[in-house]
Design a protein around this ligand. Structure first.
Ligand code: SAM
Length: 355
C-alpha cells in the first residue's frame, strides 16, 4: 500500500533539480523534427496547490521554488531562468500559489507531434492526474498502474526517439534494485533512449550505492548531478540532497548544469548551513556492462565540479545521512481535500491539485 503523497513535497529543492534537468532534456530532444515520446513512470498528481494543508504542513516549497521565485531572470543562468518562467506560466497571476508536476511541465514543453505517457499507481493521485489531463486529447495518455511495467510496454517508441523520467517515491528499499532491473531491460529494448532517474541522497546503503550501479548500466554514456542543500543531519534523518542520473544525455546538458548548479547551491543552501554542507556534484562517464561482464573502471572518467573545491571526490558519491524510508520523509497523515487549482493559461490541464 502506497503512503507517499507528493503534495507534501511539491516545489522543494529536489523538485527544482529534477524539473530543471527534465526541461533541459526536453529542450534538446524537441529540436529534431521527429516525434518524441516521453514516458513519466511515476507521474504523481500533475499539479499541486501550495496553499493547501498538504503543502503548508511542511512548507518545503519555501526552501525550493520559493527561494527562486523573486530573483531577477536576467541574473540567472538561462536554464534556471527558463525553469522559473515555466513555473510562473503555471501560476499566471504573479503569486506563487501553485506548483506544476513533471507531467504538466513536460506537456508544455512538447510539440503537437510529440506524445506523453503518464503512469501513477496511487489511486487518489492517479484519479487527480486523469482529471488534470482530461482535456489534453490523444497526445497524453494517463495510466493508473505500475510505471516500470508501463515503461516496458512503451519501449521502443514508434519514432525511436524517447525520454523516460523515473521518479519513484522509494518507499521500499527494493525500489532501487527494481529500477536497475527495469533499466537493464529497457536498454535492451531501446538502447538509444534517454533515461532520467531521480534518487534521494540518504545515508543508507541502497541509496549510496545507487549511482555506482547506474554508472555500470550498458548505456553509451551518463551524466550525474546532485544537489545538497545542507550538511547531513547528526541524527541521520531528513533528505539533505538528491540526484538526477541521466543515461544517454544530450551533449549540451553538462555545460548547462555547470552554470546552474553553483547558483542553486548559492540560493538553496539552507539557512544556518553557512556554506558548510551545501554543494553539488556534476560528473560524467561512459556506460558499463552491469549484469554481463565486470565493469571496466578505466571506461569511466568522471569529472566533479564543486564551487568550494571541497567535498565531492571524483568518481565517488558522497555519503549523505537521511531518513530511513525513501523520499523526503514519510508523509504526515493526509489532511482534507486540497483546494482547486486554477486552469493554467494556455494548454494547461485544468482540475484539481494533487494531495
Ligand atoms: N514525477 C512527479 C513530479 O515530479 O511531479 C512526482 C512523483 S512522486 C515523487 C512519486 C509518485 O510515484 C507517487 O505519486 C507515487 O504514488 C507513485 N508511485 C509509487 N510507486 C509507483 C509505481 N510502481 N508505478 C507508478 N507510480 C508509482
Amino acid at each position: 500500500m502506497l503512503s507517499y503523497r507528493h503534495a507534501f513535497h511539491a516545489g522543494n529543492h529536489a523538485d527544482v533539480l529534477k524539473h530543471l534537468v527534465m526541461l533541459q532534456l526536453l529542450d534538446y530532444l524537441t529540436q529534431k523534427d521527429k516525434p518524441l515520446y516521453v514516458v513519466d513512470t511515476h507521474a504523481g498528481a500533475g499539479a499541486y496547490d501550495l496553499k493547501s494543508d498538504y503543502a503548508r504542513k511542511l512548507a518545503e516549497f519555501q526552501g525550493g521554488i520559493g527561494r527562486l521565485w523573486n530573483l531577477p531572470a536576467e541574473q540567472l543562468p538561462p536554464a534556471l531562468a527558463d525553469y522559473v518562467s515555466r513555473v510562473r506560466d503555471f501560476n499566471g497571476d504573479g503569486a506563487l500559489n501553485h506548483y506544476p508536476g513533471s507531467p504538466w511541465l513536460a506537456w508544455k514543453a512538447l510539440r503537437d507531434i510529440d506524445r506523453l505517457r503518464l503512469y501513477e499507481l496511487h489511486s487518489t493521485d492517479s484519479r487527480l492526474l486523469a482529471s488534470n489531463f482530461q482535456e489534453a486529447g490523444r497526445q497524453v495518455q494517463v495510466h493508473a498502474g505500475d510505471g516500470l511495467a508501463g515503461m516496458k510496454a512503451q519501449l521502443p517508441p514508434p519514432s525511436r526517439r524517447g525520454l523516460v523520467l523515473i521518479d519513484p517515491s522509494y518507499e521500499v528499499k527494493t525500489d532501487y534494485q527494481e529500477i536497475i532491473r527495469a533499466l537493464q531491460d529497457a536498454l535492451k529494448r531501446f538502447s538509444t533512449g534517454t533515461y532520467a532517474i531521480w534518487y534521494p541522497c540518504l545515508n543508507r546503503p541502497e541509496s549510496r550505492q545507487f549511482p555506482d550501479k547506474l554508472k555500470r548500466l550498458p548505456a553509451k554514456d551518463w551524466l550525474h548531478v546532485a544537489l545538497h542543500v545542507r550538511a547531513a543531519d547528526a541524527d541521520g534523518f531528513g533528505m539533505a540532497g538528491s540526484g538526477m542520473f541521466i543515461l544517454n544525455p544530450p551533449w549540451t546538458l553538462a555545460a548547462a548544469m555547470k552554470e546552474v548548479l553553483p547558483v542553486l547551491v548559492q540560493h538553496l543552501a539552507e539557512e544556518g548551513d553557512a556554506g558548510k554542507g551545501a554543494r553539488f556534484i556534476l560528473e560524467s562517464g561512459e556506460g558499463g556492462s552491469l549484469g554481463d561482464t565486470p565493469v571496466r573502471p578505466e571506461r569511466v572518467r568522471p569529472t566533479v565540479f564543486n564551487p568550494r573545491n571541497s567535498g565531492a571526490v571524483p568518481g565517488k558519491t558522497p555519503q549523505r545521512p537521511g531518513r530511513p524510508a525513501g523520499k523526503p520523509g514519510n508523509p504526515p497523515q493526509t489532511p482534507r481535500n486540497p483546494a482547486a487549482t486554477p486552469r493554467p493559461p494556455r494548454k494547461g490541464p485544468g482540475g484539481r491539485s494533487g494531495a
